[in-house]
Design a protein around this ligand. Structure first.
Ligand code: PLP
Length: 384
């Protein structure tokens, strides 16, 4: 299907192209200087002690789950309202994700629910900064330290966000970033692990690189590892994107502000509410629909108007393989289910101008009006 407006589009300039080209003209396509440089740029920006670049955010999550010693039968307390990879990271090691429901306005983990989900087999809390808004880290860190478990941040959607002036991704025991093309900055595919803990960093680096220790020989595999390395083309792209981070974040904030102004004029949708203690780094741009509107019908109406939208996120516990394996049912995490059914992500990328946003908002208003008419038909009770 062709759209006038797509959900996302990376912001790649001449400097990115030149950097990738310079790698392609060199003999070092892997394990070279760009990876070191990219890691250093991210590490310094976030104020972390260690950074390890890998080939995806999912790989980064898997390595952290392993590095914290997760064994089959262990439990990881996390959110059902996320991209599936955060919960799958537990499954990779035979552990079970124990879901805690979310807060109705921030869409992030509710600390009270986290506290209740912790048990004797809990290996870690994995907090996801959903849609670039940091979790209430002080409360979560308090729970983690009282219960003696590490707090890991999935900051894959939150590069550039801050929690009480501290960068998301540099607050917990360790964190992950991701650089898929719809994230704040991209490397094509890519991710990173950040941590203050030298031992965790050493394990992660080794496991990402076939179990080698740094400085050892090519065939000195001291533990089981993976090939989760980032290549040099990706790292060169990432390094230049990272140098442009402030410009990129400013462009995203401008588009978000433009949406906020337009959406305020439209009945039936609400922008996201941000608490005063955190600064969101815009990732995708969902709007929340009032209960009188049917989200799926609105998505169809937008598609007919050539605007791509997405249903971020389906509840993880209701994915078929989670239901089969753990017996989850609708109603298990009611806030997640309610929030999930009410959100629709609109096109969101740096190149959207104010007039593009006005055009998209106009088509949204039309599609909403259509949805309202249909659900107001006598005999049709509309969505619950
Ligand atoms: C993007 C993302 C990831 C990692 O995704 P990859 O595609 O593997 O890089 C992990 N967690 C969340 C919450 C994400 O949004």
């Amino acid at each position: 299907m062709n759209f006038d407006y797509y959900l996302s589009r990376p912001d790649i300039g001449d400097r990115e192209r030149a950097a990738v080209d310079s790698v392609l003209r060199s003999p070092e396509l892997a394990l070279g200087p760009w990876t070191v440089r990219f890691e250093e740029l991210v590490r310094l920006r976030l104020g972390a002690a260690h950074a390890v670049a890998v080939n995806s955010g999912t790989s980064a999550l898997h390595l952290l789950v392993r590095a914290f010693g997760t064994r089959p039968g262990d439990e990881i307390v996390t959110t059902p309202f996320s991209f599936v990879a955060s919960a799958n990271a537990a499954l990779f090691e035979g552990a079970r994700p124990i879901f805690a429901d979310i807060d109705e306005t921030t869409f992030n983990l509710d600390p009270g629910a986290v506290e209740r989900a912790i048990g004797p087999r809990t290996r870690a809390i994995l907090a996801v900064h959903v849609f670039g808004l940091p979790c209430p880290m002080e409360e979560l860190a308090g729970i983690a330290s009282r219960r003696g478990v590490p707090l890991i941040e999935d900051a894959c959607e939150a590069l550039g966000a801050t929690y009480r002036e501290r960068p998301a991704g540099a607050i917990g025991a360790a964190s992950t970033l991701a650089f898929y093309p719809n994230k704040q900055i991209t490397t094509g595919e890519g991710g990173m692990v950040l941590t203050q803990d030298g031992e965790i960093a050493r394990l992660v680096r080794s496991m990402a690189n076939q179990g080698r220790e740094s400085g050892a020989g090519w065939f000195d595999h001291v533990r089981m590892g993976y090939n989760y390395r980032m290549d040099e083309m990706s790292a060169a792209l990432g390094a230049v994107q990272m140098e442009r981070l402030d410009e990129i974040l400013a462009a995203r904030s401008r588009v978000a502000a433009s949406y906020r102004a337009r959406l305020a004029e439209i009945e039936g949708v609400r922008p996201l509410d941000d608490p005063p203690w955190a600064t969101r780094s815009w990732f995708v741009h969902p709007v929340r629909l009032d209960r009188a509107y049917d989200r799926d019908r609105l998505a169809e109406g937008m598609a007919r108007r050539r605007v791509q939208t997405a249903r971020y996120f389906p509840p993880i516990h209701l994915l078929p393989f989670y239901r089969d394996r753990f017996g989850h049912r609708p109603g298990d995490f009611p806030v997640t289910e309610r929030v999930s059914a009410s959100l629709l992500a609109l096109p969101f990328y740096n190149a959207l101008s104010d007039s593009d946003v006005a055009e998209i908002a106009g088509r949204l208003a039309e599609a909403l009006a259509e949805g309202r008419r249909a659900s107001a038909t006598p005999g049709n009770p509309g969505p619950a």
